[in-house]
Write a protein that binds this ligand. Structure first.
Ligand SMILES: Nc1nc2c(c(=O)[nH]1)N[C@H]1C(S)=C(S)[C@@H](COP(=O)(O)OP(=O)(O)OC[C@H]3O[C@@H](n4cnc5c(=O)[nH]c(N)nc54)[C@H](O)[C@@H]3O)O[C@H]1N2
Ligand SMILES: Nc1nc2c(c(=O)[nH]1)N[C@H]1C(S)=C(S)[C@@H](COP(=O)(O)OP(=O)(O)OC[C@H]3O[C@@H](n4cnc5c(=O)[nH]c(N)nc54)[C@H](O)[C@@H]3O)O[C@H]1N2
Ligand code: SF4
Ligand SMILES: [Mo]
Length: 664
């Protein structure tokens, strides 16, 4: 690599926008990265976080060599070892554990550090290797599974609107989503709609920066959104603007669901949701009379006891209004249901069926595990009930391998740390969960130090363990060819050659796209309304003493990625907890005062920010901070329950009851 090159890549991070980027390479060094101006969703912009990506690849604390633990677990004391030594030790321990305790005592625990189909979670990297070994399966349910399950129940898929078609909407509900922080590229399409007269409403217990920019903010009581959906439909029915033709042709269960809606008059909904009855009514009137209405709901809204039901019932709205007829109408949660890349985990390589471990249950399930093999994840910072995880990860009889870029709290607990490549150093295939493009990421530079990609790591491990199954040794390009060869019509003409040349390709969906204008991917082809009594699940905090804690996305971190970047840490300032003046007064707390935010699970420390951004009864403190950089050594996951939502075993990050106590 010499001279000046422009290399096309894709952002690997867990963000709906999956941006296309252009890296300028001079003499083998990546010197500049910018958003691809030609890509219709990226439109030339990255974000406040990824603008620092190249700086991050060269950070002083980057892990560049394999390491072996020398101090107590958690101390972060390591010595450098060679790849040979690391592979030998891992191979020996894996074999020993599989022989003594069975393969299921091994937990390959991966997260959303990279969404790549080769190097990351979307392609379930490493699974073929784990199948040969007979290791437990891993269920990536930390993020979106409750909402996805709810949507599948109603629509047969979690896929919905093409977010680009928000430009055609006349009413936009940003429902439990913080667009300007968590996926800001949608905003341009919202602005296009606004230029055409669309009204934008943010429905969120917090007045976020997105709510500030909306035409209207409705502060809802956490976990009560399904009741609001029913109340809005109650107004639609009263107005008689339901789409009878669409209902008759494309839905089932309407007469029962109609009865359910009638149980939620505006006054009752006001009581449940804490929203004034006039506001519920006026939003209902807008919904009743505005076609098309586009609803953007993302993952925040479903991190609750009733999160699955919430999406199940919100998904009923466009079935009643007939909004699915129009490209600018419907619900957009995740586009991943429209991605039909052919992931082949090769379950046929398993000698016998194995158990599946849910990642949200790490705190409990670790007790039955002898090897935890972590890649693309930072559970000590991101997974619920972190105190119990920390206790388990301190066990001497647990063999822990962590494949990482940086010395996270999780890596500090490893027996062996392996150095991983970053996105500019390996190849990968990506799809967004907020648009309908596939992207190719071409490596821009050679890996620094002894960093190795995920695919290469598993090839090396398979070889070291003496495995002979040929598919374990497929090259990255062979794997990419397999992924694109699913035969699904949405991939017709989408070749690896084209992707490598053009960087991104829209899948074969019409533009504009009305996915359910003519029916749904359910067995009957019809939308299934929620059955009687299943349209609303109250939040677990209902009736509990204390404050409901929401732990939303940080503007400057991406989950815990960038949690060690000096400039972004500086911008994140000290941890704060937003508290309404009434709640602060009731506890004698003043602005800026440091408090313990606590419950039976544990505590974290934060500075009180008295704010009308939250209503009485609700407090908020963002996710993403590394525990070891937080005062008191804990982030909000110390108080988050290890508890399942109603569907998909989803996590309940925004549904925990806490108290605030001044630091003595
Ligand atoms: N309190 C609270 N907690 C939450 C949430 C919340 O809303 N509130 N949100 C949850 C959600 S939505 C999610 S998705 C999870 C995310 O939780 P995790 O899946 O655990 O993701 P991260 O904590 O971001 O950690 C990702 C790690 O992967 C590493 N990494 C990145 N790319 C690669 C790679 O190519 N190879 C390897 N080996 N490593 C790589 C990064 O350095 C980083 O340390 O967090 C959840 N945690
Ligand atoms: N900057 C940045 N961007 C990110 C991430 C990040 O950490 N930082 N994380 C990425 C990941 S992994 C994901 S999954 C997505 C998540 O993207 P979002 O879903 O936007 O993330 P959250 O901030 O968890 O939740 C969005 C909003 O939902 C609100 N909310 C919480 N409970 C309720 C409720 O009961 N009802 C309603 N109506 N609203 C509620 C919260 O107050 C919050 O403002 O973002 C991705 N993008
Ligand atoms: S984090 Fe999201 S907005 Fe930022 S560059 Fe990556 S895909 Fe784009
Ligand atoms: Mo997520």
């Amino acid at each position: 690599m010499s001279g000046n090159l422009q290399v096309l890549g894709a952002c690997p991070l867990d963000c709906p926008d999956t941006c296309s980027w252009v890296v300028t390479v001079e003499d083998g060094q990546a010197v500049k990265m910018r958003g691809n101006p030609d890509q219709p969703y990226t439109r030339g912009a990255l974000c406040v976080k990824v603008n620092r990506y190249l700086e991050h690849t060269r950070a002083a604390d980057r892990i560049l060599h394999p390491l072996r633990r020398t101090g107590p677990k958690g101390s972060g004391q390591f010595e450098r070892i060679s790849w040979d030594e690391a592979l030998d030790e891992i191979a020996t321990r894996l074999r020993q554990i599989a022989d003594e305790h069975g393969g299921e005592a091994i937990w390959p625990y991966f997260g959303t550090g990279s969404l790549g189909y080769l190097q990351g979670c979307e392609g379930v990297a490493g699974r073929r290797f784990w199948n040969v070994l007979g290791a437990s399966k891993h269920w990536l349910n930390i993020c979106s599974s409750a909402g996805s399950s709810g949507l599948v129940r109603t629509n047969g898929t979690a896929g919905g609107m093409d977010p680009e078609n928000f430009a055609q909407a006349k009413l936009i509900l940003l429902w439990g989503t913080n667009t300007l922080t968590t996926g800001h590229h949608l905003w341009k399409f919202i602005q296009d709609a606004r230029a055409d007269g669309a009204h934008v409403v943010a429905i969120d217990p917090i007045r976020t920066r997105t709510a500030d920019q909306a035409d209207e903010h409705i502060a809802i009581r956490p976990g009560t959104d399904a009741a609001l959906a029913l109340g809005l439909l109650n107004v639609v029915l009263a107005e008689g603007t339901q789409d009878e033709d669409y209902l008759a042709r494309h839905t089932e269960g309407w007469s029962d669901f109609q009865q359910e809606i009638l149980k939620y008059p505006v006054e009752r909904v006001a009581e449940i949701t804490g929203i004034p009855a006039e506001t519920v009514h006026s939003l209902g009137m807008r919904l009743a009379h505005t076609r098309p209405t586009a609803i953007r709901a993302t993952m925040g809204i479903q991190r609750h006891a009733g999160g699955g039901t919430t999406l199940r019932t919100i998904a009923a709205i466009p079935g009643v209004t007939g909004d699915w007829r129009h490209p600018g109408g419907g619900v957009a949660y995740s586009t991943s249901g429209h991605v039909h890349v052919g992931v082949d985990r090769r379950d046929d390589l398993l000698a016998k069926p194995v158990r599946t471990l849910a990642m949200t249950r790490l705190a409990s399930e670790l007790a039955s595990v002898k090897c935890l093999f972590v890649y693309g994840a930072n559970p000590l910072a991101s997974t619920s009930d972190s105190n119990r995880i920390r206790e388990q990860m301190g066990r001497e009889d647990l063999f822990t391998v962590v494949v990482e870029h940086f010395p996270t709290d999780t890596a500090d607990h490893a027996d062996i740390v392996l150095p991983a490549t970053m996105q500019t150093e390996h190849m990968d295939l990506h799809a967004g969960y907020g648009h309908l493009y596939l992207l190719w990421n071409e490596p821009a530079t050679a890996p620094p130090g002894e960093c190795v990609s995920t695919t290469e790591l598993f090839r090396r491990l398979a070889e070291r363990m003496g495995m002979t199954e040929p598919s374990l040794f497929d090259s990255d390009l062979e794997l990419a060819e397999q992924l694109l060869a699913s035969g699904h019509p949405s991939l017709e003409g989408v070749t690896l050659d084209r992707l490598r040349k053009e960087g991104w390709v829209r899948m074969n969906y019409p533009q504009p796209f009305a996915p359910f204008a003519d029916g749904f991917p359910t067995p009957s082809g019809q939308l299934r309304f929620p059955p009687e009594g299943k349209a609303y699940t109250p939040p677990s905090s209902a009736g509990a003493e204390g404050l409901t804690l929401i732990t939303p996305a940080s503007h400057v971190f991406l989950n815990t990625v960038f949690g060690n970047n000096p400039e972004l840490r500086r911008r994140a300032k000290n941890p704060v907890v937003l508290v309404n003046a009434a709640d602060a007064a009731a506890r004698g707390l003043s602005d800026g005062q440091r408090v313990r935010v606590h419950n039976a699970n544990g505590e974290f420390l934060a500075d009180v920010e008295i704010s009308d951004r939250v209503a009485a009864g609700v407090v908020a403190s963002p996710k993403g901070r590394w525990p070891k950089f937080a005062p008191g050594g804990a982030n909000p996951n110390a108080v988050v329950d290890e508890r399942d939502a109603d569907m998909g075993k989803g996590a309940v990050y925004h549904d925990n009851v806490v108290e605030l106590t001044a630091l003595a």
